[in-house]
Design a protein around this ligand. Structure first.
Ligand SMILES: Cc1ncc(COP(=O)(O)O)c(C=O)c1O
Length: 380
């Protein structure tokens, strides 16, 4: 079997079919000349298909072990298309700490179409089993989750979902296919904010989806074309270029994050660290089983919650910004930034405290990142 390290470079359609160009060109066109009336060629209109986007779609399917891939104009556009598989009366079990935007889409947009949902702590499998109703059609979660780095057992959850005739939908944004393969563990649909590690350079907003089923692929393809939030050719090219170095980057992110998590854990100024690579992290054993490394995301709490503002503003290499997964290190406070769309009472219930800080550890020199954190903690 070809290694993922090779697949990120040679997977999908890695050379241009027409010219042999080793970097698939940006086919900046909206339409295609037809052979004759009623005789279109392979592509007829760029919402329904574009060669640059197609190369990326084949690549994500190849990397995740799916049958077909789909590229969207954002991660949320992909999530929206997938959740449009469901309709009035359908019930979805949603992990209780999904990304704020995913929660908002479900709570404020999809419920208008008559879809119902329950938020469930999926690390408790008994709670999951108890949450199924006759109308339950899917279980949706991230692992590791954003921002609490909760690790959920994909194999166990998907087998429980199957027993209830429900689909398992996994947002694999934090791990990427390089660290975790949800379809091989039983998931039906895998989703990505490709804005993050897949793009890898904080220069593109994109979403990717793939599935293990031809039937689901045909439905998702229909929804992608019908809703129309497709990824443009320039952005498709950028994501493909990013993916070529995914293996190198994920190894570097994970190595840096492990050391930084250990440093934070040992610091007096830090009261709690959430990182799946730490042996005392609740999901460490599951992470060891289903991931090849623990990724670049860390969340933590300061002993003095009032020091958060000074701390995040006193760093040199950790830029205060939303998003994650780029080569540069970023820092943010979920309660006021990425997860502000979740009401405060609910955030508190699920453990996203106002003082929680999230790091996206980049691939800079570890010494510089450690010095930066150390100095900012001392200044606090
Ligand atoms: C885990 C996760 N899923 C989905 C999304 C949404 O993706 P996008 O911002 O590309 O629409 C995000 C964005 O932060 C995310 O962190």
């Amino acid at each position: 079997m070809t290694s993922l390290k090779t697949k990120v470079i040679h997977g999908g359609i890695s050379t241009d079919r027409t010219t042999g160009a080793v970097s698939v060109p940006i086919y900046q066109t909206s339409t295609y000349k037809q052979n004759g009336l009623g005789q279109p060629k392979e592509y007829e209109y760029s919402r329904s298909g574009n060669p640059t986007r197609h190369a990326l779609e084949e690549l994500i399917a190849d990397l995740e072990g799916g049958v077909q891939g789909f590229a969207f104009s954002s991660g949320l556009a992909g999530i929206h298309a997938v959740l449009s598989l469901f309709s009035t009366g359908d019930h979805i079990i949603l992990a209780d700490d999904v990304y704020g935007g995913t929660f908002r889409l479900m709570d404020k947009v999809l419920t208008k179409t008559g879809i119902i949902y329950d938020l469930v702590d999926l690390s408790n499998l008994e709670d999951l089993k108890a949450a199924f109703k006759a109308e339950t059609k899917a279980v949706y979660f991230e692992t590791p989750s954003n921002p609490l780095l909760k690790v959920l057992d994909i194999k166990e959850i998907s087998s429980i979902a199957k027993a209830h005739n429900a689909l398992t939908l996994v947002d694999n944004t934090f791990a990427t296919p390089y660290l975790q393969q949800p379809i091989a563990l039983g998931a039906d649909i895998v989703l990505h904010s490709a804005t993050k590690y897949l793009g890898g350079h904080s220069d593109v907003v994109a979403g990717l989806v793939t599935t293990n089923s031809n039937e689901l692929a045909s439905e998702i393809g229909f929804l992608q074309n019908s809703i129309g939030a497709v990824l443009g050719p320039q952005d498709s090219w950028l994501v493909q270029r990013g993916i070529k170095t995914l293996a190198l980057r994920m190894e570097a992110h994970s190595a840096n994050a492990q050391k930084i998590a250990e440093f934070l854990e040992a610091s007096q100024a830090v009261s709690k660290v959430y990182y799946p690579g730490l042996v005392n992290h609740e999901g460490h054993e599951i992470a060891k089983k289903q991931m090849t490394a623990f990724g670049g995301m860390i969340s933590f709490e300061l002993t003095d919650e009032n020091a958060v503002k000074n701390f995040v503003e006193n760093l040199r290499y950790f830029t205060l910004a939303e998003s994650l997964g780029g080569v540069e290190s970023l820092i943010e406070v979920p309660a006021v930034m990425t997860h502000a769309s979740i009401p405060k009472e609910l955030r508190e219930e699920i453990g996203i405290k106002d003082g929680l800080i999230r790091l996206s550890v980049g691939v800079e020199a570890l010494e510089d990142l450690l010095t930066d954190l150390k100095e900012a903690l001392e200044k606090e």
